[in-house]
Design a protein around this ligand. Structure first.
Ligand SMILES: Cc1ncc(COP(=O)(O)O)c(C=O)c1O
Length: 424
């Protein structure tokens, strides 16, 4: 061992501020959070000073299986004994195995995969796919969503994250999320694709109307463009089904997955699509390459993640825990007048409160009550709540008790909301 705890907390924070990000260090100091992740195991994160937090942020799903899942860790250990990154120009046994498994767990006839390293890269490729296949340019996406920090993904993101970096790629048109009429008006014969997070996390997890995706599918078919869903957060069992879109009984043309596919251990992402959409690559199969995308060690890890996640008893546990939490959260909603709505699909949960600023206040209160959870950046009236998918009833009991205490603290400090709003 020897990675954790070689220095004092204040030394680490000072070094981070000096060499990594003074702005982040200042932000955390301003909100009174001096958490330096040290030991991590299962649902828990330990601060360097020994205090533990239940990880209900999970880095947007990276830690769906908890931290350092033993089977994932031992797969990585075995993989490094035999493999390395691989060479992305060549045929790969590991990439083929993982792509075969992805085809098995994907809905409908989605059977092909191009690998990447992170979610943004996988979104970028999806947009290349849409433009390359259709020969059209326009990409329609939801206002206030988030698809990543890279080129095309950023262009499909919220205004405030892209303005300083303009000019971005042209051809991107935003619509309000969940509004089929607005979508119908925006999509035309020039549209290459419609791209939505199945439930947009950064926008505060607004659930679309039940028939929304059926309409999206129809509109895409009518206008001959691709329907693409970003399942970077909603995928891999998070909503109680393998893919969030399955709740809406619609098969898109493209599904993007990342975060949790890594098992929290080795970065990997995948753009999965229907056969034939990459026809434009047949002349030059090397027109899109990614040196580290689908690294062979990462493929072994991701295959293990899919084996665990596609197990029926795993998914039943997600549904059972979701139902226990749903009961508790509904009770809390009755107890606290500033709770407006519980937005929930499985263990993908948004706690919507009455005003902007309540999300960060509740996140801070959670931190003081043994829970790590983060607010939605593009709607600060919401706190995102993503417990690991491996929780048991003992953990939901912990959540009920400590989240209730955090809500109590939020209630007592609600006069701080205005100050927090001014800070953001
Ligand atoms: C829904 C969604 N899509 C895409 C991304 C981008 O993923 P990455 O940060 O791995 O590039 C994120 C990251 O938070 C995300 O939440």
């Amino acid at each position: 061992m020897g990675f954790v705890g070689g220095r004092s907390k204040s030394e680490i924070i000072d070094s981070f501020a000096r060499y990594v990000s003074p702005a982040k260090a200042k932000f955390f100091s301003m909100v009174g959070i001096d958490f330096v992740p040290a030991r991590r195991e299962g649902v828990w994160y330990w601060d360097l000073d020994g205090r533990r937090l239940m990880d209900c942020h999970c880095n947007g799903g990276v830690f769906n299986l908890g931290h350092r899942h033993p089977e994932v860790v031992s797969t990585l250990r075995e993989a490094v004994e035999e493999l390395d990154i691989g060479n992305h120009h060549l045929i790969s046994e590991q990439r083929a195995r993982l792509a075969e498994k992805l085809a098995e767990v994907m809905p409908g006839d989605i059977s092909r995969t191009v690998f990447g390293v992170g979610g943004g890269e996988a979104i970028d490729f999806a947009i290349k796919l849409a433009r390359g296949h259709t020969g059209k340019k326009k990409i329609v996406y939801a206002r206030g969503g988030y698809h990543g920090h890279t080129g095309f993904a950023l262009a499909a993101g919220d205004e405030k994250y892209k303005r300083p970096f303009e000019p971005l790629a042209p051809g991107f048109v935003e619509v309000p999320f969940g509004n089929a009429e607005a979508l119908e008006r925006a999509v035309d014969s020039e549209t290459a694709a419609v791209l939505f997070e199945t439930i947009p996390a950064t926008l505060g997890m607004p659930l679309p109307p039940d028939d929304f995706y059926k309409r999206v599918r129809e509109i895409c078919d009518e206008k001959d463009c691709l329907m693409m869903v970003d399942e970077v957060q909603t995928g891999l069992g998070r909503t109680g089904r393998m893919w969030g879109i399955e709740h809406y009984k619609v098969v898109p043309d493209v599904i993007i997955t990342a975060k949790g596919l890594s098992g929290g251990i080795y970065p990997i992402s995948a753009t999965c699509f229907k056969d034939g959409l990459d026809d434009f690559m047949s002349e030059n199969p090397f027109i899109h390459v990614s040196t580290f995308g689908g690294a062979e060690i990462g493929c072994a890890v991701a295959l293990k993640v899919l084996e665990i996640t596609s197990n029926e008893s795993f998914m039943n546990n997600v549904r059972k825990m979701a139902s226990l939490l749903s009961n508790e959260l509904e009770k809390m909603k009755e107890e606290f007048d500033f709770l407006e709505e519980i937005r929930q699909k499985g263990l993908f949960i948004g706690i919507k409160m009455v005003e902007e600023g309540f999300g960060p206040l509740l996140s801070i209160s959670c931190y003081h009550n043994g829970i790590l959870a983060v607010y939605a950046n593009n709607d600060t009236s919401v706190m995102q709540f993503l417990p690991p998918l491996i929780i048991s009833q003992e953990h939901t009991d912990y959540i009920s008790e400590n989240l209730r205490n955090a809500l109590e603290m939020t209630s007592q400090r609600r006069d701080m909301v205005e100050m927090i709003r001014a800070m953001l």
